[in-house]
Design a protein around this ligand. Structure first.
Ligand code: ADP
Ligand code: ZN
Ligand code: ZN
Length: 747
């Protein structure tokens, strides 16, 4: 008899452990580790889906005492490989979550198998080969029909067979001949919903790498050929041509028959990256991200698993692409916080990538102009291998960057949000028909609505945060829970009419731009103006076509975009990210400013950057003026060392949240008794309130544990998991745990 341990896919916290099922002889050769199965569950024997994580021939307990049930059927469409099963186990332990949630994170969102069967045709060989083939055979009469098909496919790329047969007058046998000669491929198991059409993207050849690029490509390629899971940190200044390095590494990978995962920080960058990669490699390139439909995602997943796609691009979840033979994993803009999930399981795609690379014995490349301080520290200490691109790839137009002291502007009676310098520069670019990007790390019209008489501030009743004032929607909106409240003209507390909106957001900047530069066309890009699959793209492509002169926006304008006509970048208030209650505040400020300034001077014209700030001599602002990462790093690492922050220690955060404040307090006080010992390998701080102690009606309390030993903290998570099982509170409260979180809870 064979038995299977099955994780049942139901979202209740009680069902953490696998259940044992009998594998009936009829299914014995179908059930494998990683299979998705249907099983009867509970008193009513309702059919549920489950994941097989273990198989055995015997049991450690007496079978007769338990009424074991049988697996009913096996889903043929989807299964895990043992690597991904191990990964799920790792995720559940490391990120404090259930196995079922871990599996759901790895699987495409819906196990959707209701596909119409449709046959798709595409070219296997690359374009040059096909063109060559046509040239060689075009005189031969017997090749006429075959050439018609090939030319059609060169024009239209991936097409349905029915469409092709309708469009050109050929028979099925011609297609069969072409398939036999390994020129085309016909895929029939699922209908392939392609999110991008590679045939519409013009092909581009590779560039000749400069010396530094060549060295980077060469070094990583050697790791790849030797099957070494080495981790590279590619530190290249903005515009130094990191993408070309990635592309040539992918080419190496494909040439040895392996596959590549290319992670990017955000969906808004997917489109342009996909275009650049498809322009090089055509339709072996796929995309996985959360805005694809369930069907599209499933198709990409399956095509990758079957080896029909060779390169997958996407944000963090693409790290789970079920490739069997990964040759390289690339993480672009590795410093971005988005590589860490903010929802359970709070996995870190960088960590998962390194874990997978270890399994596949392939290198990982972490690329950035502003690497994470922790990672640069690792590179300097030989845990990672440092590669440097020190110069711009295309031109040596250094961007001329000016820091404007806004305190001085006030003294000179300028209380506008545009300094004299910035205003003149904007006018100058508008006259020259050049474009401008303005960055402000705050959306909405204003950050709060305040009464100047009594000091009243409208706060969300569900969260410990003030409402943002959205003028276009004429509402107060909470940026955490999205709840809304009516705008008031007189103070609800004292009746005064001295009500004022404070703290400028992008909506207000847009309005002020329209007032100050009436002739300028302004586009705004923030969470409020971008939604839907192509929301970002619409704005970016309009800007690229010069349908607007000024693009104003939040973080979204910072990353990776490439506009050759942008010659001025303004940072309206560099301080917003500087004074948050988080040891990473300076680092984040340096990253944001450097990256946004890097958007200037990408073309042949001279670029200029203007940074407005109230703290002009802060090192994170000073160093970003000359994009001097090393100088920033040296000062930052001293601060980390003195304050005993990562990378000199690790911080484990336990958080309790529940709807009842007193209960939250009681629990956190009970949990801390499990941790307080005189063990000097770690230090316990708290319990305390995080900087936002109430969000969406949940009260939150935290305990911090600091230790040099990462392993010890992992053990403490496991230990707390057991303690948690003893305390029976799960219906009322949630406990979460995270090591070195990107944001120290809620900032
Ligand atoms: P990064 O990602 O490092 O900010 P990009 O990859 O966007 O920089 O490259 C900046 C520009 O330099 C791009 O327009 C790219 O086409 C160009 N470029 C990169 N490498 C080369 C090269 N070896 N020769 C010529 N141009 C290059
Ligand atoms: Zn008042
Ligand atoms: Zn709220």
């Amino acid at each position: 008899m064979k038995y299977a341990s099955v994780i049942i896919n139901i979202n209740t916290k009680k069902l953490k452990d696998p259940f044992t099922y009998i594998v009936p002889p009829s299914l014995a050769d179908k059930v494998r580790i990683g299979s998705v199965v249907d099983i009867p569950f509970g008193k009513g024997n309702n059919l549920k889906k489950g994941y097989v994580i273990e198989l055995s021939d015997s049991l450690s307990f007496d079978v007769r005492k338990y009424n074991l049930k049988e697996i009913v059927s096996v889903s043929e469409d989807i299964s895990f490989d043992s690597e991904l099963v191990d990964l799920a186990v790792f995720i559940s332990k490391r990120y404090f979550t259930t196995l079922s949630k871990a599996f759901n994170t790895i699987l495409p969102s819906k196990i959707d198998t209701s596909h119409r069967k449709e046959v798709y045709i595409h070219l296997i060989k690359d374009r040059n080969f096909v063109i060559d083939y046509i040239e060689r055979n075009k005189e031969k009469k017997s090749f006429n029909k075959r050439i018609m098909v090939l030319e059609y496919l060169l024009n239209y790329g991936n097409v349905k067979r029915t469409t092709l047969l309708k469009d050109i007058n050929v028979s099925r046998t011609v297609l069969d001949t072409l398939e036999r000669s390994r020129l085309i491929n016909m895929i029939s198991n699922v209908s392939i919903r392609l999110p991008y059409d590679s045939s519409k993207i013009a092909r581009k050849n590779k560039l000749i790498p400069n010396i530094e690029q060549a060295k980077a490509i060469d070094t990583v390629s050697k790791s790849m050929l030797r099957n070494k899971s080495e981790i590279y940190l590619l530190h290249g200044v903005t515009g130094s041509g990191k993408t070309e390095v990635y592309l040539q590494l992918i080419e190496e990978t494909l040439s040895i028959g392996k596959t590549a995962i290319f992670l990017i920080p955000e969906i808004s960058l997917t489109h342009q990256t996909v275009r650049r990669v498809m322009a090089r490699f055509g339709d072996v390139v796929g995309v996985i991200h959360s805005r694809l439909s369930a069907g599209e995602k499933y198709d990409q997943w399956m095509l990758a698993k079957e080896g029909k796609l060779k390169v997958i691009i996407g944000p963090r979840s693409a790290v789970f692409t079920p490739f069997l033979d990964i040759g390289i994993i690339i993480i672009d803009e590795e410093h971005e916080g988005t590589y860490k999930s903010e929802q359970e399981p709070k996995y870190n795609a960088r960590e998962i990538a390194i874990k997978r690379a270890d399994f596949h014995k392939c290198p990982v490349v972490l690329g950035s102009a502003t690497p994470l301080v922790e990672n640069y520290h690792k590179a300097l200490n030989n845990k990672y291998i440092l590669l440097t691109l020190g110069d711009k790839a295309q031109n040596d137009n250094r961007v001329d960057v000016e820091i404007v002291d806004m305190r001085q502007e006030l003294k000179n009676d300028n209380n506008s949000i545009f300094s004299k310098s910035l205003k003149e520069a904007i006018e100058d670019r508008l006259n020259k028909k050049e474009q401008i990007i303005l960055f402000l790390n705050s959306r909405a019209y204003a950050r709060s609505l305040n009464c100047l008489s009594c000091g009243y501030v409208a706060k969300c009743s569900h969260c410990d945060v003030s409402y943002h004032y959205h003028k276009n929607e004429n509402a107060l909106i909470c940026h955490y829970c999205d709840s809304k409240k009516a705008v008031f003209k007189t103070c609800p507390k004292c009746g005064s009419s001295k009500v004022k909106a404070l703290g400028i957001g992008t909506q207000k900047v847009e309005q002020l731009l329209n007032e100050t530069f009436p002739e300028a066309r302004v586009l705004r890009m923030d969470l409020d103006t971008t939604s839907g699959k192509f929301g970002h793209d619409a704005i970016l492509s309009a800007f690229a076509k010069h349908e607007a002169d000024i693009l104003v926006g939040t973080q979204m304008v910072v990353k990776g975009h490439h506009f050759s006509n942008v010659t001025l970048v303004g940072v309206l208030s560099a301080d917003i990210s500087l004074y948050t209650n988080d040891y990473r505040a300076s680092e984040r400020t340096f990253q944001l400013i450097t990256q946004v300034i890097g958007r200037a001077g990408r073309g042949i014209k001279e670029g200029r950057g203007i940074i407005q700030t109230y703290s002009p001599s802060h090192y994170s602002i000073e160093s970003s003026q000359s994009e001097d990462y090393i100088s920033f790093y040296q000062r930052e690492i001293m601060f980390r060392k003195m304050g005993n922050y990562p990378p000199f220690t690790n911080i484990l955060v336990f958080m309790i949240s529940s709807k009842n404040e007193r209960y939250t307090e009681k629990l956190i006080n009970r949990l801390i008794t499990y941790l307080k010992t005189d063990d000097d390998r770690y230090e316990v701080l708290g319990p305390t309130k995080p900087s936002r102690d109430k969000l969406a009606d949940s009260y939150r309390r935290v305990i911090y544990v600091k230790s040099n030993s990462y392993q010890l903290l992992l053990q403490m998570i496991e230990f707390m998991r057991k303690a948690k099982n003893k305390e029976d509170y799960e219906k009322l409260a949630t406990l979460s745990a995270d090591i070195n979180p990107t944001y120290m809870w809620g900032d």
